[in-house]
Design a protein around this ligand. Structure first.
Ligand SMILES: [Zn+2]
Length: 219
């Protein structure tokens, strides 16, 4: 396996293997476990490591050039772009393909505009229905939902006004991570700050919220 694994010896009982959000593979091992054992252990975990690294790579946003064969991540899944000349403009996702229908002689800018408009409509619909579904479940619904392209956060909530704003960039994330953000923002309606009660409330509905949050930070 050509993966670099950083091994640290610690006073622990079990071997701990993890992949950090920035793609480092770290292994903590008890003092006395032989090197050969660790090698076998890593080999056995190869599939798992590769899967994790792949997930991280998928989540990193790539530049899109809007040419045939471009990789586009949509809801955490890799899609391949295909440009179709057409008399109308639309986007269709089917299996591993993402089709952009556009006029012949379309420029990169045209394709980008068609894609981004579509992306905004799609993610808005997903966020709206998810917010409604989860909001009903936990007993708190917002008065208003906004979608913006934001640089530093996935979402925000003005508790007093019950206004939730989501980041448009969520469209690139897998659904379970989007779900965590939606629940997180909804939980701010009863709990404006990140106090203990807030996290207890989140955990009631998403027990693995820590794992999901960690994955989001690896953006
Ligand atoms: Zn928060």
């Amino acid at each position: 396996m050509n993966i670099k694994v950083e091994i640290t010896r610690k006073k622990i009982k079990n071997i701990i293997l993890k992949v950090t959000p920035d793609g480092k593979v770290l292994l903590s091992a008890p003092m006395r476990v032989p090197e050969s054992y660790l090698k076998d252990f890593i080999n056995q975990k190869e599939d798992w490591i590769l899967k994790k690294l792949d997930e991280i790579k998928n989540r990193r946003k790539k530049e899109i050039t809007y040419e045939n064969g471009d990789e586009i991540i949509f809801l955490g899944e890799k899609k391949y772009l295909e440009i179709i000349n057409s008399s109308f403009e639309k986007v269709v996702v089917k299996g591993e393909k993402l089709y952009i229908y556009c006029l012949e002689n379309s420029t990169t800018k045209d394709r980008e505009r068609i894609f981004k408009n579509w992306l905004k409509i799609e993610i808005t619909e997903i966020l709206r229905s998810m917010t409604y579904r989860l909001g009903k479940m936990i007993g708190y619904l917002p008065n208003e939902i906004r979608i913006r392209d934001m640089k530093t956060r996935w979402g925000s909530c003005i508790s007093g006004k019950k206004v939730i704003t989501y980041n448009l960039q969520l469209a690139f994330q897998p659904l379970p991570l989007i779900e965590y953000i939606v629940l997180h923002e909804l939980a701010h309606i009863p709990f404006p700050n990140h106090q203990k009660e807030f996290w207890n409330f989140v955990e009631k509905f998403i027990p693995d919220w820590k794992e999901r949050r960690k994955q989001l930070k690896g953006k």
